[in-house]
Design a binder for this molecule. Structure first.
Ligand code: NAP
Length: 340
């Protein structure tokens, strides 16, 4: 694969910086790397392969001056809607991490190990990266659907503050420090105090009582799995941890499951790690998944009275597996694998 010119839009953010780390780690063939961010980052640099590269302000002129083959976007939906088209018009493929294009019928929404095949045939120059909580969920849903058939699935999430970007990290850090000094805290990024608290709302509510993150997970899971009628219900909760998201996943299945069979399939899957041995008190925690590309699965158990029920605990690094790594795997699938 010939080296590409690559733009990172939102290069100073949590996901943007993780893009740079993973591109370097995977030795992604890059000729020129152009880090774009807002005017607030003028004068800043990012480090790629021990070189400092100046951050470029995002505007049409600079996009024209820096033609690229691939633009990795992680700057929010508004920026994607305003600027993705300019990169496409200049000849680039755009992989976008925001919600801007996810539910557009003409734009593929991709988790490579689940529905990456679509990338071989699509004519779309924009590919959407799913929500972080969806990315870690759908590979496991697909596996269980193939093995036993899903009648119904109910998910609860435990989502760390990094899901809200660098300002989310700063809010938890500053609230913890203020509270330990007996100071009052005022929520700014999150809707309630996040330090030493749980918030059962991520994003605004719809009239039916569901919040935006819950609706994203429901709609995106159905689209990626090509299961428009999937019976899925979700409750999303922001928790006061810094990195990685956890999910409890409860299924009603078409037939009784075999935990041994699930173990076997997880062990064969290089994008998953099995940590499931209660005798050893072995199950994944957020710390196990932090900085890793895989989805970690444990606490697998059948229903006590209903053998067609199955419960599981699914954990992944939201910034890496749930964002940057997935987007780079999409790019590798389009331009040619560099690591397989
Ligand atoms: N964090 C996660 O776990 C996660 C997971 C999946 C998807 N995502 C999505 O990825 C995107 C970025 O998330 P993040 O966590 O990296 O956020 P973040 O830490 O807040 O970073 C946002 C980035 O976007 C840039 N930006 C903001 N407004 C801009 C503008 N008008 N023009 C150019 N650049 C602009 C920022 O530049 P400045 O530094 O100059 O302001 C910064 O580089 C969001 O769409 C988010 O929903 C995040």
């Amino acid at each position: 694969m010939k080296p590409l010119n690559v733009a990172i839009v939102g290069a100073t953010g949590l996901v943007g910086l993780e893009f740079i780390t993973i591109l370097e780690e995977r030795n992604f063939p890059i000729d020129k790397l152009y880090p774009f961010a807002s005017d607030n980052s003028l004068g800043l640099t990012v480090t790629y392969k021990n070189k400092e590269i100046d951050v470029i302000p995002l505007n049409e002129k600079e996009i024209e001056k820096h033609p690229v083959d691939l633009a990795l976007f992680s700057a929010g939906a508004g920026v994607a809607l305003d600027f993705a088209k300019h990169f496409v018009n200049a000849g680039a493929i755009v992989v976008d991490n925001s919600s801007a294009f996810r539910m557009d019928d003409d734009i593929p929404l991709v988790v490579p190990e689940v529905n990456g095949g679509i990338l071989k045939t699509t004519k779309s120059k924009i590919i959407a990266n799913p929500n972080c909580s969806t990315i870690q969920l759908v590979p496991f849903l697909q596996m269980i659907e193939e093995l036993f058939g899903i009648k119904k699935v109910v998910v609860s999430t435990y989502q760390s503050v990094s899901g809200a970007g660098k300002k989310g990290i700063e809010e938890l850090r500053s609230q913890i420090s203020a509270l330990f000094s007996f100071h009052e805290v005022k929520p700014e990024v999150f809707l309630q105090r996040i330090a030493f608290n749980l918030i059962p709302q991520i994003g605004p509510f719809y009239e039916d009582g569901y919040c935006e993150e819950e609706v994203k997970m429901i709609n995106e899971s159905r689209k990626i799995l090509s299961m428009p009628k999937l019976d899925i219900d979700v409750t999303t909760v922001r928790v006061p941890t810094f990195y990685s998201h956890a999910e409890t996943v409860w299924f009603e299945l078409e037939k009784e499951c075999s935990i041994n069979e699930i173990h076997r399939r997880i062990k064969e899957n290089k994008e998953m790690v099995l940590m499931d041995d209660i005798e050893q008190m072995l199950y994944p925690t957020l710390i196990d998944s932090s900085g890793r590309n895989e989805v970690f699965i444990g606490r697998l158990r059948k229903g006590r009275e209903h053998k067609n029920y199955l419960s599981a605990w699914v954990v992944a690094d939201n910034v890496r597996k749930g964002a940057a790594y997935n987007a780079i795997r999409i790019a590798e699938t389009i331009f040619g694998d560099t690591n397989d």
